[in-house]
Design a protein around this ligand. Sequence first.
Ligand code: CA
Length: 434
Amino acid sequence: MAVLDRSHDPALTSWVASARGHADFPIQNLPLGVFSPPAGPPRGGVAIGDDIVDLAAASKAGLFKGEALRAAQAAAGPMLNPLMALGAAPRQALRLRLVELLEQGSPARADVEPLLHPAADCVLHLPAHIGDYTDFYAGLHHATNVGRLFRPDAPLPPNYKHVPIGYHGRASSVRASGEPVRRPNGQRKLADEAVPSFGPARNLDYELELGLWIGGGNAPGEPIPIGEAGGHVFGLCLLNDWSARDVQAWEYQPLGPFLAKSFATTVSPWIVTAEALAPFRVAQAPRPDGDPAPLPYLLDPQDQSQGAVDVALEVRLTPVGGLAQRLAAGHATDLYWTPAQLIAHHASGGCNLNPGDLLGTGTISGVTPGSCGSLLELTRGGRDPITLAGGGTRRFLEDGDEVSLRGVCRRDGFISIGFGECRATILPAPAGAA
Ligand code: CA
């Protein structure tokens, strides 16, 4: 359940000057991640404005005690999995103590200031060891738009409104924002080709998604009840599920995506915690008349009344040699299933989730072309190229193109918080594969 406390007070400001009015990381956010300072190994940190608080150093300096100290010590290493395994209470205590340390007028300022690193001097890493990565398909309009390309009369599969559709993705190739993505080689066959061939993917695409980081897991064989599932969310990030559409179209039947998606997934490195998101929880959009009610194992009144998250999302493209432009703006409220429903469904058969597991929501699109979360939808499978602001067109991504996702939570009476960058540039496919 989303609890509001003084850490969400819009009047709260920080002595860290860059945090005041910061688009992503004001004191009301305090996202967790893993960073390396210019000289030193990776360690856990908290973003505040343009700076990062070193949690291990702050622990050693005696700035935490009790549950907050437990949390900070669990975040001292190169992965946040130990902190994720602690569950919500230590994370909440850490957040409240960080507010005391970083707020305007804090008596601890002189002790904390030397422990800050300018983020621009640091390297950001994946925040956790990802044991398993699962990608869902919960974006109703994305599923409809894509389905319509292939099945105009019945765009949604018959199971769509009953079961949160997903597939097991590849954890090894998830990487943090900024790391370039190499165009994959693969076996592909376009509809007008008689035989398949092997070579660089020709229809390379992005997918605008949110990522859910799992905190406490469950034991094998013990499902997570829907009423408790929301409590297993450690926090959220932005996620780009890079997709090679020509490879995908050829390989996916009957088992679903494989190499078309396993070559790379990019996430924003800062995890916006469940606590930071509390003011931005909203009711799940009512299902249209005629839609089935979720089965009881997916239905919880409290989850329906405040289990969705309102995140405004954006995709920007900087074409190689060209000008940055916005390709789409969407909302996470267009998801057909809540985070808790995805988690409860995932564990319903007895599959155990672990701290640091990553779940993708599926591509988030709206109903208008300006809210399409993939080029597949925006160009209708490549048939209708888009015109670029600086000249030229795109059907799918070209080498040297940069795709950047942004996410911001806004609500009247609260300070907006953002997710930071989820960005990568496309490199050419390895030579000589064909
Ligand atoms: Ca996807």
